[in-house]
Design a protein around this ligand. Structure first.
Ligand code: DLL
Length: 435
């Protein structure tokens, strides 16, 4: 039995879905033209009037929106409603300076809750589950996003937030949590902590995990699933587009369904930003069809993925996105070669004896250097020097085959790389300081 929250919407046939999106797009363009000065001016400059938009295909006539546009109008300049209609404000930390601020009306919170209800249920979670929500509560959208969705479906939600791993495990045992929600990095850390403290995982009631907010590979999924003896599902989202709940894997674990009655998604060529076809890799761009506080046209995420419009065996029609393979802007260029941190993670996670923690350090003396710190599992760590040397060479060879650039691998002792209760910071690029 497939677990739907809103079956009618989730299995809506493609033709109907396209028509609905077209209708909503027309309404949205009029709404932003009338209510957001930024879009009003942009559309005027491009010579586009709301009446020119009549179907989903007309989306390509519309302007793209970038993170910089939000920054330039910090904090509330892109709002479509006066502040007295805003009931919630979230923000995501930017890599530089001010955060990106996002605002929600009452309708937006209700819609986000609907999206999160579908999102929590798609991986097979029901009202009978006890959800230990270890995403951060606060300005980050993860905690409250999950909270509202979990309550909506009638599950029992434990709003534990991130951190205090000992207490997480105590609660998990005593409250018999069946679902864990947090970043994959934190899930890995919880598994490791349990092992170190001789907690018998097989005695836990945990069955599923919904992990996201950062890129992670299928190999890391396998590691976490084995360590916690659960099924792990990927969830994707970003603050600008509500937060979590833009897309999620169903029980098939074969791509994340994007809730298309709420969004139009496109994949754009990385160079030209022109749309590419289904099945081709590109940058995801989202148009929000229902948001009223901070509606966005063709928001360029910089997240790289591939869309699959085929109907899923779960019955859902909503297009699926493949795991995010990286961000267009955190692509590293090392000695002229493009390197995605996700390629390195993918390679490392295939190697038995690697604990799951790594750090990529890029520096520049005369030329660029790429160093990968790899944390060993307890068993590998106790091996003799000769074996370890061979292990290290092996990893270096594998990385070279994949990256076509030499990386220096440093093996480090178990427990030495930084742990996180939120998003992991896998990359340290020291070169910007040296320029
Ligand atoms: O991370 C929202 C979220 C919370 C998603 C909880 C899932 C679960 P931001 O902090 O604004 O929002 O970060 C958004 O994180 O553009 C991606 O680069 C990355 N990201 C989010 N989910 C995934 C994922 C939340 N499943 C940015 N895989 C996005 C890869 C992800 N990257």
């Amino acid at each position: 039995m497939v677990n739907y929250w809103n079956k009618e919407a989730e299995v809506m046939p493609r033709k109907e879905l396209n028509e609905l999106q077209g209708k909503k797009l027309k309404k949205l363009v009029k709404y932003v033209y009338d209510n957001v000065e930024f879009y009003h001016n942009k559309l005027n400059k491009m010579g586009i009037k709301p009446n020119d938009i009549n179907s989903k295909d007309d989306i390509t006539k519309l302007p793209l929106t970038y993170k910089n546009d939000l920054r330039d109008h910090y904090p509330f300049g892109l709002n479509a409603v006066p502040m007295d209609e805003i009931i919630r404000i979230h923000a995501s930390s930017g890599t530089t300076g001010k955060p990106t601020v996002v605002t929600y009306t009452k309708k937006d919170i209700d819609d986000w809750t609907e999206l999160m209800a579908r999102t929590v249920m798609a991986p097979g979670v029901t009202h009978k589950d006890i959800i230990q929500n270890a995403y951060g509560y606060g300005l980050f959208t993860g905690g409250l996003g999950f909270h509202y969705g979990a309550e909506k479906i009638g599950a029992s939600v434990i709003p534990i937030s991130g951190g205090n791993t000992e207490r997480q495990l105590m609660i998990m045992q005593d409250f018999k949590s069946t679902v864990m929600t947090c970043t994959p990095s934190y899930a890995l850390f919880i598994a490791e902590f349990a092992q170190q403290n001789n907690i018998d995982i097989s005695k836990l009631s945990l069955k599923k995990g919904i992990f996201g907010a950062e890129p992670w590979s299928d190999n890391l999924r396998k590691t976490i699933e084995d360590a916690l003896q659960i099924d792990a599902y990927d969830i994707y989202g970003l603050s600008e587009i509500y937060g979590p709940g833009v897309s999620v894997e169903c029980e098939e674990k074969n791509g994340m369904h994007i809730w298309e009655d709420f969004f139009i998604v496109e994949t754009l060529d990385q160079e030209t930003l022109e749309p590419v076809g289904p099945g081709e890799e590109g940058i995801l761009a989202f148009t929000t069809l229902e948001k009223t506080g901070l509606p966005l046209l063709r928001y360029v995420t910089n997240d790289i993925s591939i869309l699959n419009p085929e109907k899923c065996t779960c019955g859902r029609m909503h297009v699926r996105m493949k795991k995010v393979t990286g961000r267009a802007d955190d692509m590293l260029i090392v000695r002229g070669i493009n390197v995605f941190p996700s390629q390195i993670e993918h390679a490392l996670m295939q190697i038995p004896g690697v604990a799951g923690y790594y750090q990529i350090i890029v520096d520049r003396d005369i030329i660029d250097s790429l160093e990968v710190k790899v944390e060993l599992s307890e068993e590998t760590f106790s091996d003799e020097m000769k074996k370890l040397e061979k292990f290290k060479n092996n990893i270096e060879e594998r990385l070279y085959t994949i990256l076509q650039v030499r990386a220096n691998v440093e093996l480090v002792a178990p427990g030495t790389l930084p742990r996180t209760e939120g998003k992991a910071q896998h990359v340290i690029d020291k070169r910007t300081k040296n320029i």
